[in-house]
Unconditional design. Structure first.
Length: 721
């Protein structure tokens, strides 16, 4: 039996219409503890004994075997932190907010690194103006916004709000020896000279900048396509204000020579040289974003001769060059061919590590000539309202000189433009996707509950397999959608799916699909002080609330009364940045009626970048009433593309809204859980589907004659050896 917490307070039920059953469920959840256990080991696998492990205010100590246990913790996500003599600190996000059927969480071994060499932490794009200062984003970009009490950062006193932006990820930065971010913004309090030809011009207040050293940042890269947003006056302000903080910087200057001056730092007895460059140059404008003989700006990554000579010279002088590259196609899931080649060229020229950004979403890791490349980190603190940008990546690299000893990928969730650590399915699904992309680059990444371990070149994960049989009923249309999320264990991916009972039948096909919506489970995966928030869904109008009375899976679901709950952000299918997106999508949801009204999902088809309505569709219709959990699914039907489609004139994106009619009874609700948009990506024209692992495809589409079958699924788990 799970322990009872005596000092417990249920989540407030401010809505008077919340049922008594829901109030009791919240009380039971708040007062039922969960155990946490795990093991501390060295990177070589030896147990680390007699060491204090902290989770919030609670402490436990490891035994001789390195094991620790917390018998009863509140079900609230926390950071686990370890400081052991002779080892580097460890910070691990732990999802404790789990369903009541789970009485304990068992972590994989937490590996502690020795205090050899240096631990470097690289974060993605940071810009602290615009919506941080003006939530409605209505201030002309050549003016300073007035103070706004609702703003995250106050113009009159920027520092407290800016520190709050980074509070939840600060432990990761404090646990590293050298910390770097991409400062993608001018720093000025005189925004009077915006680049007239640019669609977007950003600035950050000088009063915000001291929050970066407080966070722990030692270096900022300025070689990006926004450092020249306010032309020479903004650039001059930026160089002066950054220098005044004491942080190292490189990548921008008053001319092309100054822009290429590297930042040289000595770390653990080795000398490193950070060379920051940008390939997004604004060449269509009269005033480019990159520096030239008569103009300041970012270091021009197109000048391969200059970049190669610099990297080679730094290497020849005994330094380890780190190429910090702003490049690629925005919102793309993998680097373009020219981008990948540019990274390889820098390694051929002498770079010992490549850290890249600009797409605003993370991409996989890769290796060239044995050198590690983080191909895009995505955002760290940025005010974008785009769903695809809301999971970013911290890259932790431990090195001795030019040798990378260990690397980890740590996902963060950008909620209200501020990064939070994450764990659970949001983190693990992201990491399984990242592992698949990294495999394309020759890197083996092992997903963990809240981090990904990058294995050294030549090393391979240990694997284990487990097989389950799933009954499948194919309907009169010859199809069935199988949701494997409830059957999959943490760390597993589908390796093989085989339809038994289909021998001799023709036309049998299996497809694998992944959920690309990511935010339809209504769970709380981030580590902060908020719970039951469903931040990507519009609950402010009272049409629904996050409920804990018997969810389909996990700790929470969405309860809807009368009205509409929209997905706040436009959804853009994968692949839109590279051309026509992937539109073989199926909506899947689990529904339960508790005297609730009729349910449906409304879809509006729109362009990626504008607001023309191309068409509408109503999905997943379900009559109201009282009924137990049932799975519903339906394919999306995108309107046809016009001739020569692009982001502006093609129906490549959608708005999603959940509708519920008046309840059948006074306080009746319709409960929605595990909502997904499934992108079908792999197909086998037979009864057997085989997939490389890890990956995040948790759905199988069966196409076969109508009837009942068994789908035999082999799950494979990857572990750090």
């Amino acid at each position: 039996m799970p322990p009872v917490l005596t000092a417990c307070a249920p989540e407030p039920a401010s809505d008077a219409a919340v049922s008594e059953a829901e109030r009791k469920a919240r009380h039971a959840y708040a007062c039922t503890g969960i155990a946490l256990e795990g093991t501390l080991v060295s990177v070589a696998g030896a147990p680390v004994a007699n060491t204090v492990v902290r989770v919030g205010d609670a402490e436990a100590r490891t035994g001789a075997d390195g094991r620790f246990r917390f018998p009863a913790l509140p079900r609230h996500n926390k950071l686990l932190q370890v400081e052991a003599e002779g080892f580097r600190p460890a910070v691990v996000a732990v999802e404790l907010r789990r369903g009541l059927s789970e009485t304990r969480v068992t972590l994989p071994p937490v590996r502690l690194s020795p205090k050899d060499g240096v631990r470097m932490l690289f974060g993605g794009d940071v810009s602290l103006g615009r919506r941080f200062l003006d939530p409605d984003d209505t201030t002309p970009r050549n003016q300073m916004p007035p103070d706004d009490p609702a703003a995250l950062i106050r113009v009159s006193d920027p520092l407290p709000g800016t520190k709050a932006v980074f509070t939840h990820v600060r432990p990761y930065f404090q646990a590293a020896d050298f910390r770097a971010v991409n400062l993608e913004t001018p720093v000025t309090d005189s925004p009077t000279t915006p680049h007239d030809e640019k669609a977007y011009a950003f600035f950050t207040l000088p009063g915000s900048l001291p929050a970066l050293p407080w966070l722990g940042v030692d270096y900022v890269s300025l070689g990006n396509n926004h450092v020249y947003d306010y032309l020479a006056p903004g650039l001059n302000d930026t160089l002066a204000h950054v220098a005044a903080t004491g942080m190292a910087f490189s990548g921008a200057g008053r001319d092309e020579v100054e822009a290429f001056v590297p930042a040289r730092v000595s770390l653990a007895g080795s000398s490193y040289s950070l060379v920051s460059m940008c390939s997004i140059t604004g060449s269509a404008h009269d005033q480019q974003y990159v520096a030239g003989p008569n103009q300041g700006g970012a270091a021009d990554a197109r000048d391969l001769a200059r970049a190669s000579a610099l990297l080679g010279a730094e290497r020849a002088q005994g330094r380890v060059p780190v190429a910090v590259l702003h490049t690629g196609v925005e919102y793309s899931v993998r680097p373009s061919t020219p981008t990948a080649q540019r990274m390889r060229d820098l390694i051929d020229a002498g770079a010992g590590l490549v850290i890249a950004h600009h797409p605003h979403i993370p991409q996989g890791f890769a290796r060239h000539q044995g050198v590690l490349m983080a191909q895009s980190l995505g955002n760290l603190a940025f005010d974008q309202d785009r769903l695809e940008t809301m999971v970013g990546l911290l890259a932790e690299v431990e090195a001795t000189g030019a040798r990378v000893d260990r690397a980890r990928a740590v996902p963060v969730y950008i909620e209200d433009y501020r990064p939070r650590p994450i764990a659970g399915e949001l983190a693990e699904g992201f990491l399984r996707n990242l592992a698949e992309l990294s495999r394309e680059g020759g890197v083996e990444l092992v997903p963990q509950p809240s981090w990904g371990e990058v294995l050294p070149a030549g090393a391979h994960a240990a694997v284990s397999e487990r097989t389950v049989d799933v009954p499948v009923t194919v309907d009169a249309n010859g199809r069935a959608t199988v949701d494997l999320r409830a059957l999959r264990h943490e760390g597993e991916s589908v390796a093989v799916a085989k339809l038994t009972g289909a021998d001799g039948l023709t036309g049998v096909k299996l497809k694998a699909g992944r959920d690309v919506l990511l935010h339809g489970d209504f769970e709380d995966h981030d580590v902060d002080d908020d719970v039951n928030e469903a931040p990507r869904w519009g609950l402010e109008y009272g049409a629904g609330f996050v409920c804990q009375d018997g969810p389909h899976r996990g700790a929470a679901a969405l309860c809807q009364r009368k009205g509409a709950v929209p997905l706040v952000n436009r959804f853009r299918p994968p692949g839109f940045a590279e051309g026509p997106p992937h539109r073989d999508l199926t909506a899947v949801a689990w529904l339960k009626g508790q005297g609730g009204g009729a349910f449906s999902v409304g879809v509006q088809y729109l362009p990626v970048e504008s607001y023309t309505l191309f068409g509408e569709q109503t999905l997943l219709r379900q009559d109201g009433g009282t009924y137990d959990w049932k799975q519903v699914s339906e394919d999306l039907r995108f309107p046809a593309d016009p001739p020569r489609p692009d982001l502006w004139n093609a129906p490549w994106a959608l708005n999603l809204t959940l509708h519920t009619a008046s309840p059948k009874t006074g306080q009746g609700v319709t409960v929605v859980d595990d909502l997904a948009l499934v992108a079908w990506e792999r197909q086998a024209a037979s009864a057997t589907l085989t997939l490389e692992t890890p990956h995040a495809r948790d759905f199988v589409r069966v196409e076969a004659p109508e009837g009942t079958y068994t789908l035999r699924v082999t799950f494979r788990e990857h572990r750090v050896p």
